[in-house]
Design a protein. Structure first.
Length: 164
């Protein structure tokens, strides 16, 4: 069981570090692109909120509030699974490490791999002809891990409740 709790603790640190790096990334880009564009400011507010949510879920996991922390981590990872460019809109969000399977469907079908650390783009009025879908493999793996951890904690709690 100790292995499970160590995995949760590491997940917590990953969430916190990803959120902090995301906020630093945002601050760096704000000074580079600061405008009075309301949509840009909305985009930054959404990204900041997701980074703070990631940090908070990591803190919950480290403080041994496992179920609520795992539920919050589940949300953070689920939002990162899919990114896209479609009809002139772009949604691209990743906190922490990402490895994405990329499929571009604009003129030909082109598949590729994209990887990095922290990425954010929420924009409109991009190229309306661009059609691209990305699947974050790291987020899918972490989501699977979170479901397994939740299941193992539920089993442990059922054992404890059965003995009482």
């Amino acid at each position: 069981m100790k292995k499970i709790y160590n995995q949760i603790k590491y997940l917590g640190y990953y969430q916190i570090i990803g959120g902090i790096v995301g906020i630093l990334f945002m601050i760096y880009n704000v000074f580079d692109q600061l405008t009075s564009n309301r949509f840009f400011l909305f985009s930054l507010a959404v990204f900041f909120g997701l980074c703070v949510f990631s940090i908070y879920s990591g803190i919950l996991l480290i403080r041994k509030r496992y179920l609520i922390g795992l539920n919050f981590s589940l949300f953070v990872q689920a939002v990162q699974i899919l990114s896209f460019a479609l009809l002139g809109y772009i949604f691209n969000y990743a906190i922490g490490i990402y490895v994405r399977l990329t499929i571009e469907l604009t003129n030909d079908t082109i598949a590729g791999i994209d990887f990095g650390f922290v990425n954010w783009d929420l924009s409109r009025s991009a190229n309306p002809d661009l059609i691209e879908v990305n699947f974050n493999i790291v987020a899918i793996v972490l989501l699977s891990l979170i479901f397994k951890l939740k299941e193992q904690i539920a089993k442990e709690r059922n054992k404890i409740n059965a003995t009482e």
